[in-house]
Write a protein that binds this ligand. Structure first.
Ligand code: IFM
Length: 430
């Protein structure tokens, strides 16, 4: 693999990423309900106290600083802020404000996600994403979030991985709200694009200026059978739909999805045009697509094509796709932030190499003129991994899930070396 010689410029940001439900603990929302309904892979698993970041946040900021991070991504938990429809919890808002101010005082730039998969339980009953009312509902929530961000120079993310939520929650019914309907999926997608634009209005009204984007899960795709025309056709359709439809809509004001037999839409949303300051990329892996002659016509698999071994969660380790992904987002003409990249590595032994190989692609993309401005590693800590529960470990810090003790993995030294020396060092040479 090509390893360019260049260094990361001084303004390039190294940081870490988390999300509220996965780390904070003590949250009652749609996911907590989903767990009680026994819908995780391990039906008795519960997020519960998570890794108690809600109480240990200062310790966790110090851990981030210790690896050379200067930015910290969190999400605001909507269910804490608006536990009942239209009733906002001032104490929760105050608690978030205090945490953000302390983050700043620790020398960490806040990267704040308004919506990271979870909802207050009332949301799906009252104003689910497939209804137009979801847009003013999100707007009202965003207005309260905007007030939290004053004077912080935060990077703001409206939605984390909207296509993952829509695929999982609206098309497959595997995560909340558990709907499996292509037409409703498209309506929900349209409303989320509108909700992003509405939230932007609120942020601008309150803050005057904002650096806003989304975090888009972006996959490299390949045909399962390289020679099969239908597998190849799926690849040609999947990348525009999965990777780019949301980005495109926020750049052009036109939302287009074309997945025949699965879900399609074409709609103008003019208020979404030019509604991001940066392109957020979450990159993890490559998927192989295979045509199957029955709905939904697509089979999706991860393969170990290079003998590197799948990661512990079963994903292909495919740094090559990272460079292609970054080339592909250059078309939007906006700065790019890697808002997530990381590996489930339960022994901690592969992570330094994973970091090295993926950061090499970031440098290669920068050398080609892609304006990548920051890299946030997912995640600072081992945490609750949705349907997978407590098995996966993405953390720079290993967390003992019984005692909640945080312990550095070998990747901490590696991350610190790169973040402070601003150049790629070979993992074995520290
Ligand atoms: O844990 C998730 C995160 O919530 C969103 N992006 C992918 C991560 C790993 O699966």
């Amino acid at each position: 693999m090509r390893t360019p010689e260049e260094t990361f410029p001084t303004h390039f940001t190294f940081g870490v990423a988390t999300s509220a439900y996965q780390v904070e603990g003590g949250i009652e929302n749609d996911w907590a309900e989903w767990e009680r309904a026994g819908k995780l892979k391990e039906p008795h698993a519960r997020c519960g106290r998570a890794v108690d970041h809600w109480h240990r946040y200062e310790e966790d900021y110090a851990l981030a600083k210790a690896v050379g991070a200067t930015a910290f991504r969190i999400s605001l938990e909507w269910a804490r802020i608006e536990p009942e429809q239209g009733r906002f919890d001032e104490a929760a808002l105050e608690a978030y404000r205090e945490r953000l101010l302390k983050m700043k005082a620790h020398g960490l730039r806040p990267v704040v996600t308004l919506h990271h998969f979870t909802h207050p339980s009332w949301f799906h009953r009252e104003t689910p994403w497939h209804l137009p009312q979801s847009v003013p509902t999100f707007r009202r929530y965003a207005r309260r979030c905007a007030a939290l961000l004053e004077g912080l120079d935060a990077l703001v993310i409206s939605f984390n991985e909207p296509m993952v939520l829509l695929l999982g929650g609206y098309l497959q019914g595997a995560i909340p709200p558990g709907i499996a309907d292509g037409a409703l999926t498209m309506r929900a997608l349209e409303n989320m694009v509108r909700a992003h634009a509405a939230a932007r209005q609120e942020l601008l009204e309150r803050l005057g200026r904002v650096e806003l984007g989304i975090s888009q899960n972006m996959l490299a795709f390949a045909p399962d059978r390289w020679w099969h025309p239908l597998d190849r056709a799926l690849v040609r359709l999947a990348s525009p739909a999965y990777n780019h439809a949301f980005h495109e809509a926020l750049a052009t004001g036109h939302l287009r999805v074309n997945m025949p037999g699965v879900a399609s839409t074409r709609v103008a949303i003019p208020e979404a045009r030019d509604s991001v300051e940066f392109i957020g990329v979450n990159y993890y892996s490559r998927a192989h697509l295979r045509f199957v002659p029955r709905p939904p016509f697509i089979e999706f698999k991860y393969r170990d094509t290079r003998g590197r071994g799948l990661t512990d969660i079963g994903w292909e380790d495919w740094p090559e796709g990272f460079l292609q992904t970054l080339r592909d987002v250059k078309r939007y003409g906006r700065p790019v932030w890697i808002t997530e990249n990381g590996i489930d590595d339960r022994t901690g032994s592969r992570r330094p190499h994973y970091l090295h190989s993926h950061l090499a692609q970031v440098l290669a993309a920068r050398a080609e003129g892609v304006d990548v401005q920051g890299y946030l590693y997912w995640s600072l800590l081992d945490n609750f991994e949705w349907l997978e529960g407590w098995g996966p470990r993405f953390g720079l810090y290993h967390v003992d899930f019984d005692t909640l003790e945080r312990r550095a993995t070998p990747a901490c030294d590696y991350f610190r070396a790169v973040a402070t020396q601003r150049r790629l060092v070979a993992p074995g040479t520290l």
